[in-house]
Each structure stands twice: as C-alpha cells, then as structure tokens.
Design a protein around this ligand. Structure first.
Ligand code: ATP
Ligand code: MG
Length: 625
C-alpha cells in the first residue's frame, strides 16, 4: 500500500498537469479547460483555466439519469423527532424552485447570499440554488450571535439572507430572527432581502420589513426549471470564515472548478466513499467539514449524505451509532471533541448497535490524543483515521487513505501528506528544512492544490501578507507546529505561535496536553506558556477530569508530565477546572487562557461557546500566588 501511495503522491507533484487532468475527469465540464494550472502569478494559482462548469449541476442534475430515486439527503432530527429522505429527483425539484425564487428577486451571478440556518435540508437546497446561478454563498453558523452576523454582512454585502425562524438545540429554540434583525441593524451595509423558512418552532417572533416566506415563494415556482449558469472554473463558489481560534476569523474564498474536482477526488481516494454509498458527517454546515463532507463531496459523488440536527448525546449517547445502523452508514466523520464526549459515556453505547456497514471513522479539527485514538479504534474495530486540514484548504493536508489503500495507522499521527500538497517542515527561526524527529513550522510550497482557498474574500493583499510572508521564500503557512518520524509520519504539536519555550527548550502545547491526557483521570487539558523572568517562559496547565474518578492531586499530575517529557516540561502551575474555553466548533482557545494567565484581558472572542468558562480560569490564576 505504501508503494501505491508513494507513486500516487509523487506523480501529483512531479507530473502535476497529467495528474490533475485525470482527476478533473471525475466531474462534468461544460467547456473543457485549456490549461491545468496557471501558476504565473504565485502565490495565486488558477486551476483548470478556460473551462466552465457548475457545482449544482455536478452535485444534482448529473445523477438524475442513474440515481433519481436514491436518497441524496437523509435528514435526521432528534430535536423534532423526525426523519425525512430526499431523493436526487426531489432535491433537483427543490433546488430549481429556489433558483427561480432567487431569479425573480433579481439575485444574479456574482451576487452574495448569506445563509443563516439550522441543520435542515433547506439549508443545503439554499447552498445548491446559489451555486446553480453562480451566486456566492456565505454560510454563517446558526446560532452565532448578532455581532458575528453583522461583521459577515459587512464583509460580503449580501443581496439576500436566507434564514429560518429558529434552530433547536438540546430541546430549546435558538430564535434566529431577533439575532438577524439585530445583526442587520448593527451592520453598515445596505439591508439585504430576507427569505425565511418558517418551521413553526420559534418562541420569539419579530417582523423584518419586506420579508419573504420560503414555503409561499417555493409554491409559486413549483415545477420551475432553471438552467444552470455555466461559470468559469475560477468563479468564486463560496466564502467561509475560519473558526477564529487564534484571532479574527479570515474569510476564505474558494473557486468552482478546482473545488469540485478536489471534493470529488478526495471522497474517492481519501475517504473511500463510492457513488450510492452513505456518508455521515457529524458536524454543521457552518463549518468547513460541513461544506466539504456534508454537502459538496457526497453530493458530487452521487452518495447519500446524512444531515443531522441534534446533539451527539441526546436522547442518549448511542444516537450516532443508531443512525449508522439504521441508515447503513459507510463512513462517519466527526471531531475528536465529539468522540471524547462519547468516551466519557462509556463503550457500551457502541456495542448496542450493528455497525457492520461502517468501514471507517475520520476525525479532524484538533489534535486526536493517543489515548482517545486507541479507545475508539478498539471499541469500533474499524480504522479510525486522524486527518489534518484547515478551513483554508477545504480537504485533508495530512491523512491516511481508505480509497487508495489504508496504510499503517499510528496513534497520535494524521499519517502522511495528501497528494497535491508539497508539504515542508522548516525551523521557525532559520527557515531551513528540518529532518526526522525535529520540530518545525508546517508549510506548503505553492501552488496550493485545487480546492484550496484562492484568496481572502475581497482582499488579495491580506491573502499574501497573512499566509505567504512568514519567510523570504513565499511558502504557505499553516500556523501549525509539527514533526515527522523516520517513516515520514507527521505529528501535529500545536499552533506554532503557541510554542512554549522553557529555557531554550521548545515544546508544542500538544506535547504537554498529550502527556496530561495519558493520566487515567484526565479528560481534557490545555497548556499555555506564561512569561518568566529567568526561563523566558513557564508552563501553566488547566485540566478537566473524567466523571466519577478519584481526583488526583495537582502535584501528581505535574509529576506525570515530568515523567513523560522530562522535568523541563513539568508545569509550574496546574489547575483542575470543570471546562475549557472553546469556540463554537469545539476548539480550545489557548490565546484567551494565556492572556488571562499572564494577567491580561482575554480579548475579543466572537466565536466562543460559553464565555462564563473564563471566570473559572481567571479565578484559578488569581488563587495560584
Ligand atoms: P483561526 O484560523 O480562525 O484561528 P482555526 O485555525 O481553529 O481558527 P479551522 O480552519 O477550523 O480554524 O481549523 C484548522 C486548524 O485546526 C488547523 O490549523 C490545526 O491547528 C487544527 N487541526 C485540524 N485538524 C487537526 C488534526 N487532525 N490534528 C491536529 N490539529 C488539527
Ligand atoms: Mg487557522
């Protein structure tokens, strides 16, 4: 398997044109491209130059001949206790009707539409109707508050917002309309039109002048046929913001042709999902995993995608496994956080269900600690693939390959570089490439492969200055710190601006956190570096314990790090807390912890899940001296 991977990978870089020309055959081109990659203006790259295509046509129309009656979407809502199957034919009808609505309202190619919706099928219909017409969508995670909405409205200047009366979370309504109204008032941009799916679940209603009702408009256009607008390959398909873990979210812009090819190819080679099979990504359409692996990759493939509205532990921690059993899911994709949450509830939930359809579990978004990796792989008895990527790239940079042939899986490692990525690890000071078992900044030599961000929306200059100006040579910075072993397997050590330097010893936050997680009583940990007069920095750690364990002393936990990594890595301070500050997508916000630990202000945290968690950190830090 390794030989097959090596030749596939080498060819993607050494014979780039031929390699991607072949991959491009996986989608329909209305007009063939004349050039595979224009890299004359690096770091900007233009893929499949001269070709025209359409994302919606490739995701829906193209499958009608063979799979009109196959479900495209299976919607499962544990919030409304409902399930619904939408075939490719029905999806085609709905997308066409909505495209007709957009046309009637004068929304055209190049305009932006903001989608602020819960996990309901209409959200996917909205995304597809937009790209059918060459309209650029900007999906905002449902439940982000008004300020996040306002800044995204000002950035994208949308002509229309498609929303719902409310989302549901843990049995409670999240009323979208009051948040949207407030966001629109706060925004400077012209007020967009509003089209609302009225589910009848809101507990607070507000009027927005001129608002259109989704059901009424769709009924007017039932049976409409709207030809797809063929757009040039480089035409933007969507804008999506990064999670905001390390600072202000960045607006990632993606093209159409490269995106379609990358999505279709990744489902085949990496995830190993074939047409007619079923994929379940337990994420949200507001994040990149949702865009790529709930919506575009499965639909471009002609697979069935599960759209889940609900929590992973409600009505009980067996819900995802029940969905896998009932709908014969072949590939499940979620985050390490979700698996750690399920791990806390115990393995018995997994064994209650027949999971024989499931060939693999993919996890991404943050470090997958060794212990959790081992646990979930033992419990599921199927490969669990850690894959590392970013909103910016849209698909894995480092991964293992179910489609090409699975290679050895090492706990704690997202395996090897994906085809198309010329990954290079460099010393963050000298910019020189580092060898095996040495730590460095993870960079990518341009051009970035198809499907990756083409620019920062509306700001080419920021694209270059943010991502390509780390060193003299214009390399793409992932802002992550990593290492590879003798077999070429990578290990992500944390964010590179979070590297802790204790008396000249550089350590990734992940190393300390991983060492803490090896202690059986520890569920989660966050480590940060704090200023120290003598050593430069000292380590301060925050630990969440497993439920129902005898709490260890903080000293015992500090000692266990020293045992794993040596005395230099022993945290000077360690606190046991009940939760860590996280983004809405479940990532630990270390910069907030660090500023509090250094006696500062946590700063502006627009994407934080629960700001009250910060009080505990503040309290812990205050009590230490
Ligand atoms: P922002 O860029 O706004 O600060 P963010 O980096 O968290 O936020 P995302 O694009 O959602 O935004 O996340 C990508 C980052 O998540 C990666 O750069 C990396 O730090 C982390 N990550 C993703 N997958 C993995 C993985 N498998 N292992 C370790 N870290 C991962
Ligand atoms: Mg990032």
């Amino acid at each position: 398997m390794r030989a097959r991977y090596e030749s596939f990978f080498r060819r993607s870089l050494d014979e780039r044109e031929a390699f991607w020309r072949e991959q491009a055959e996986l989608i329909h081109w209305e007009k063939p491209f004349d050039q595979v990659c224009d890299d004359s203006k690096l770091p900007f790259a233009n893929w499949f130059v001269g070709g025209t295509t359409n994302l919606c046509y490739n995701s829906v129309d193209r499958h009608l001949a063979e799979r009109a009656d196959q479900p495209a979407i299976i919607w499962v809502s544990t919030e409304q206790e409902r399930e619904e199957k939408i075939t490719y034919r029905q999806l085609h009808e709905q997308v066409n009707a909505l495209a007709a609505v957009l046309q009637e309202q004068g929304v055209v190619k190049g305009d932006r539409v903001l989608i602020y919706m819960p996990m309901i099928p209409e959200a996917l219909v909205a995304m597809l109707a937009c790209v059918r017409l060459g309209i650029i969508h900007s999906v905002v995670f449902g439940g982000f508050a008004s300020h996040a909405l306002a800044s995204r409205i000002d950035d994208a200047k949308p002509k229309m917002v498609i929303t719902a009366d409310a989302g549901l979370r843990g049995g409670k309504a999240v009323n979208y309309k009051p948040l949207l109204k407030k966001g629109m008032n706060e925004a400077m941009a012209d007020a967009p039109m509003v089209l609302t799916v009225n589910r009848g679940v809101a507990t607070e209603a507000v009027e927005i002048p001129g608002e259109l009702d989704y059901a009424t408009e769709m009924a007017k256009h039932a049976g409409a046929v709207v030809d797809p607008v063929w757009v040039e390959s480089s035409h933007p398909s969507y804008i999506l913001y990064t999670s905001g873990t390390t600072g202000k979210p960045k607006g990632v812009q993606r093209d159409t042709g490269g995106h379609a090819v990358a999505m279709r190819a990744s489902l085949k080679h990496i995830y190993g999902v074939e047409p007619g099979e079923t994929m379940f990504s337990g994420s949200d359409i507001g994040w990149v995993v949702g865009h790529s692996y709930i919506v575009y990759a499965p639909l471009l493939t002609g697979a069935t995608t599960i759209v889940y509205e609900g929590l992973p532990i409600r009505p009980d921690p067996g819900i995802w496994w029940r969905i896998v059993q009932d709908h014969k899911v072949n590939c499940l994709f979620t985050s390490p956080t979700a698996i750690r949450l399920l791990k806390k509830s115990g393995e018995e939930w997994i064994h209650k269900y027949d999971l024989s359809s499931m060939r693999s579990l993919f996890l991404a978004g943050e470090p997958l600690d060794k212990e959790t990796h081992r646990w979930v792989m033992d419990a599921l008895k199927c490969p669990v693939v850690d894959n590392y990527w970013q909103t910016e790239t849209g698909w894995p940079i480092l991964t293992n390959f179910m489609g090409l042939g699975l290679m050895e899986l090492k706990h704690g490692s997202p395996s090897l570089p994906a085809y198309g990525y010329d990954v290079i690890l460099v010393d963050e000071q000298t910019a020189q490439p580092v060898g095996p078992n040495q730590k460095g900044s993870l960079m990518i030599r341009p051009p970035l492969p198809p499907g990756c961000m083409t620019t920062v929306y509306g700001d080419d200059e920021r694209f270059v200055s943010t991502y390509f100006s780390r060193f003299k040579e214009p390399l793409y910075a992932t802002f992550d710190y990593a290492m590879y072993d003798e077999d070429g397997y990578y290990f992500i050590m944390g964010r590179d601006d979070d590297v802790i330097n204790v008396a000249g010893h550089r350590m990734g936050t992940r190393e300390v956190e991983e060492a803490l997680c090896l202690h059986p009583a520890v569920a989660e940990a966050a480590a940060v570096g704090i200023k120290d007069e003598i050593k430069g920095q000292e380590i301060e750690a925050f630990v969440v314990l497993m439920a129902n364990v005898e709490p260890p002393t903080t000293d015992e936990l500090r000692q266990s790090v020293a045992r794993e990594l040596g005395p230099i890595a022993k945290p000077k301070y360690l606190h046991i807390v009940t939760s860590l500050p996280k983004t809405r997508s479940g990532k630990v916000i270390r910069r907030a912890i660090q500023s509090l630990a250094e006696g500062g202000d946590p700063g502006d945290l627009p994407t934080i899940e629960d700001a009250t968690v910060l009080d505990q950190i503040r309290g812990a830090v205050k009590d230490r001296s």
